[in-house]
Structure formats: structure tokens, C-alpha cells
Design a protein around this ligand. Structure first.
Ligand code: ZN
Length: 234
């Protein structure tokens, strides 16, 4: 085997180790974002439910106040009724009482509807707040687990990365760059064996000329189909 290819092959097994150590860690930020978005959605729903509830309650209260005002008005008008001196004034006051009472009845009906709504909305508020609390606990748990995973892996990853740096020594820069590119684009296999004349990366037959060059060990040989760096396995 060409000495550079031999080094690359060793490097590749370290890089594959790094991939398996970091694969689940790399997925953590995406997972965190997804969970935070879910919590935000629940929070928004809870805030909306709370606002609907508070508005219905506030509206009901202000109607109750207006109804009390109407009651006072009716009381005052009834007192006036006892003091009026002529029939016209009497009729006018009666008419006024009737008008205020009608208005009061409309408000009363509206107020009852709002009080009903308040009671209907109350469980929504409780449920949506409970959902926020539950999801928040799930997120905290996830963040704790993620931290634990990261710190438990940190040592192993640093060790492997240190080993990799030492192993990359002596490999020409352009070959190393080529290898890095292939490792990323060829499913973490940049260097692969040839068995019975077939590239084990893409299973295409390599040329007789390339087989001869592999046997010569003097040059780095690439697969004509998948561009992977080759070595003779069998
Ligand atoms: Zn190939």
C-alpha cells in the first residue's frame, strides 16, 4: 500500500470514531430548537386563553357596575314618581323608568352570557397553563440530559481529536484536503478497498491499469467512478 494511503486509512478509522461519538451530540441543538418552539407555541396558547378569560371577566364586571347604576337610576326615578305634581310629568317619568329598565335587562342578559363564558374559559386557562408547565419540565429534563451527554463525551472526543492531529502529520496538504472532502461527501468512506477488481465504495470494476498502479504502490490511485482513494484489499 502507498504509505500516504496507509496513513489516510488510519486517519479514516479515527474520523469514523469521531463521527460515532458526535453524531447524537450534533443532533442536540436541532432538538433543543424544536422543543423550545413547541414550548413557545404552548405559552402563546396559554396567554391567549388567559387574555380571553380576563377580558370576559372584566367586561362582566363593568356590566355589573352599569347594572347597579341602572338600579340606582330606577330607584331615583321611582322616588321622583312619588313627588310629581302633574300627570304629564308622571307619565314622562314612568316612560323613563321603562327605558332604563329595558336597557338594564339587555345588560343583564349580556352579563349572564359573559359570566357563563368566564366559567367555560376557566378550565381552558388551567389546562393550557398545565400544558406549559409540563412541557417546560420536559425541556429542562432534556437540557439536563443533553449537558450530561456533552460533558461525558467531551473527554473522549478531545482524546480522539488529539490523536487525529498527530496522525495527519506527514500527509501532503492537498491529499488531506481531498480526503476530507471525500469523507464528507462519500458517507464517511473516503479510502476504500478493492476486492477482486471491484471498488468496495461503489462496486464498479476498476481498470487493469489502475490495478497495476495499485500493485506498484508508487502513486495514489482513485476510483474512476466514485473518486474514492483506493487500496488493494484482496
Ligand atoms: Zn468507486
Amino acid at each position: 500500500m502507498h504509505p500516504h494511503v496507509k496513513k489516510l486509512l488510519e486517519l479514516q478509522s479515527v474520523d469514523q470514531e469521531v463521527v460515532s461519538l458526535t453524531k447524537d451530540i450534533d443532533s442536540l441543538p436541532g432538538e433543543e430548537t424544536r422543543r423550545r418552539r413547541k414550548l413557545d407555541d404552548l405559552q402563546r396558547t396559554a396567554t391567549e386563553a388567559k387574555n380571553r378569560f380576563l377580558k370576559a371577566e372584566l367586561d362582566a364586571r363593568s356590566l355589573e357596575k352599569a347594572i347597579r347604576g341602572s338600579d340606582d337610576e330606577i330607584k331615583r326615578l321611582n322616588e321622583r314618581l312619588n313627588m310629581v305634581r302633574n300627570n304629564a310629568e308622571y307619565q314622562a317619568t314612568l316612560f323613563q323608568i321603562e327605558a332604563v329598565r329595558k336597557e338594564r335587562d339587555v345588560m343583564q342578559e349580556e352579563c349572564l352570557k359573559l359570566l357563563d363564558a368566564v366559567e367555560t374559559l376557566r378550565p381552558d386557562v388551567t389546562a393550557s397553563e398545565a400544558a406549559v408547565a409540563a412541557e417546560s419540565r420536559v425541556l429542562q429534563e432534556f437540557l439536563g440530559e443533553a449537558d450530561k451527554l456533552r460533558s461525558s463525551r467531551a473527554g473522549a472526543i478531545a482524546e480522539v481529536r488529539g490523536r487525529r492531529a498527530a496522525m495527519a502529520q506527514g500527509i501532503p496538504d492537498d491529499l488531506l484536503r481531498e480526503y476530507d472532502g471525500l469523507f464528507k461527501t462519500r458517507e464517511n468512506v473516503a479510502v476504500c478497498g478493492v476486492v477482486d477488481g471491484y471498488c468496495q465504495g461503489c462496486y464498479n470494476k476498476i481498470t487493469v491499469n489502475d490495478t497495476a498502479r495499485l500493485l506498484g504502490k508508487a502513486t495514489v490511485v482513485r476510483c474512476g467512478s466514485c473518486q474514492r482513494i483506493l487500496f488493494l484489499q484482496k
